[in-house]
Design a protein around this ligand. Structure first.
Ligand SMILES: [Zn+2]
Ligand SMILES: [Zn+2]
Length: 445
């Protein structure tokens, strides 16, 4: 009989689930659905908000390009040191991967990118970029500040976490494939879900938007040199004209999407660069073109790549020219499409809905832009979403990659709180889903 009682007590304690998360007196009641709101309240406290704003402005003043984020990385590590958060460094050259929690499964990751763009800032303000020709024109300075904000809140409630939260400060999102390098370094082993966000100029503040399945397109780049034989412009019969060949190549490239692809399957081929010829009266030896192609599945991306190579070489041959095509496989590998995990989308809707109200959690159309978060999603279930910044008080906010791009810093607490809430609730829900470890029960008895 006594044996039965012990068994029942152990069983009941296991069924009761984990102890309340964030048991801080202000955070203990009302169950899990209240957690996101409470975390938002913490993130909006003036001390934390101003601290995040300070970090963001500091990074904004000193933008660094992909794999050169040494000062940014140093700043991140200094802040993690102050919080007492353990981390791995270097990961993928300048990356920092921290962890908060029990050090045991489940493991969930939240990610921020750190790199700036090679462009001149045109916004005149107190914290304008101090580096000529470099600018945080995509908001990654804000992403870093938000993830540090989340780290600070989570560290303060570490004892309540039901697993481990992995903080990924990733280099080189802008075309450098930093995400792939972080994965290749083995920094995300045992992680079963990853969340990422991007600030969005077109979505109102305090709103978020995303979709399940394909969200951003995969992309690739190409460059081709079409070679003929230079000569006098007045004697075309003595030359082989690469300019005419290129004009046919460009026209034919546009026929791939318009004639070979299902009109309901969005794809893009754009030639963004044409270089050739120097004089009015000279036929040049060669012309170089370059561009990008986009699609929503890896297969269609590979098909596009194959057809682009064939069309360029074939069309050049029609005009008696030779062509070489380069897809930069080493420096700019094909970006896979960003495909959101369906279950994690539901998780996002629940968590963001609890924080902001379901009417502020919007569906978003797929976009032809690319995001290297997609590499994580190839390896582990992942979810990516837009965080709204639009606010009439600030006037029109320019698009990312514009020299006039601005951040609405009021979005920082939302980003920090969403990072923290998505991770905390994922850990709780995953723990609740885990079937009772029968073998372990017997051992305990
Ligand atoms: Zn960007
Ligand atoms: Zn970006």
């Amino acid at each position: 009989m006594e044996f039965m009682w012990v068994f029942l007590i152990v069983l009941l304690s296991l069924l009761a689930g984990p102890t309340p998360i964030l048991s801080d007196s202000s955070l203990s009641s009302n169950g899990f659905s209240e957690i996101p709101k409470k975390l938002l309240t913490l993130a909006q406290k003036p001390e934390l908000f101003e601290w995040m704003v300070g970090i963001r402005r500091k990074i904004h003043e000193n933008p660094e390009l992909g794999y050169e984020e040494f000062e940014t990385s140093k700043l991140i590590r200094a802040e993690l040191d102050k919080m007492g958060v353990a981390y791995k460094y270097p990961v993928a050259v300048t990356g920092v991967v921290g962890s908060i929690g029990t050090g045991k499964p489940p493991f969930v990751a939240i990610r921020a990118d750190m790199d700036a763009l090679a462009m001149q800032e045109m916004v005149e303000w107190e914290h304008k970029s101090k580096i000529p020709g470099k600018m945080h024109g995509c908001g990654h300075d804000a992403h870093v500040a938000m993830l540090l904000g989340a780290a600070k809140i989570l560290k303060e409630h570490e004892k309540d976490l039901q697993g481990t939260i992995v903080l990924v400060f990733q280099p080189a999102e802008e075309g450098g494939g930093g995400a792939k390098k972080v994965l290749d370094a083995g920094a995300l082993q045992n992680v079963t879900a990853i969340f990422g966000l991007h600030v969005a100029h077109h979505i109102p503040l305090a709103e978020v938007a995303s979709r399940p399945g394909p969200f951003f397109a995969g992309s690739g780049f190409f460059e081709a040199t079409i070679s003929g034989k230079g000569g006098h412009a007045a004697l075309p019969h003595h030359a082989v004209d690469p300019i005419l060949a290129v004009s046919n190549v460009i026209g034919s490239l546009q026929h791939i999407v318009s004639r070979e692809v299902d009109p309901l399957d969005s794809q893009v081929v754009t030639v963004g660069k044409v270089q050739g010829g120097e004089a009015f009266n000279v036929i040049p030896d060669s012309v170089t073109i370059g561009g990008t192609f986009r699609a929503f599945s890896k297969e269609t991306l590979l098909q596009l790549k194959q057809r682009i190579a064939k069309v360029i070489t074939g069309q050049a041959a029609v005009q008696r020219c030779n062509a070489t095509v380069n897809f930069f496989e080493d420096e700019k590998p094909l970006f896979p499409p960003t495909v959101n995990h369906k279950e994690l989308h539901k998780h996002f809707q629940n968590v963001a809905g609890d924080m902001l109200g379901t009417h502020r959690v919007k569906d978003h159309q797929p976009l032809m832009g690319s995001e290297d978060f997609a590499y994580y999603q190839e390896a582990i279930p992942g979810f990516f979403f837009f965080l709204g910044m639009k606010d009439d008080r600030l006037g029109y906010l320019d698009t990312p990659h514009s020299p006039y791009f601005r951040i609405n810093e009021d979005a920082l607490p939302y980003g920090a709180a969403l990072h923290a809430s998505l991770a905390v609730r994922y850990l709780i829900e995953t723990q609740l889903e885990v079937p009772l470890p029968e073998q372990q029960n017997r051992d305990e008895l």
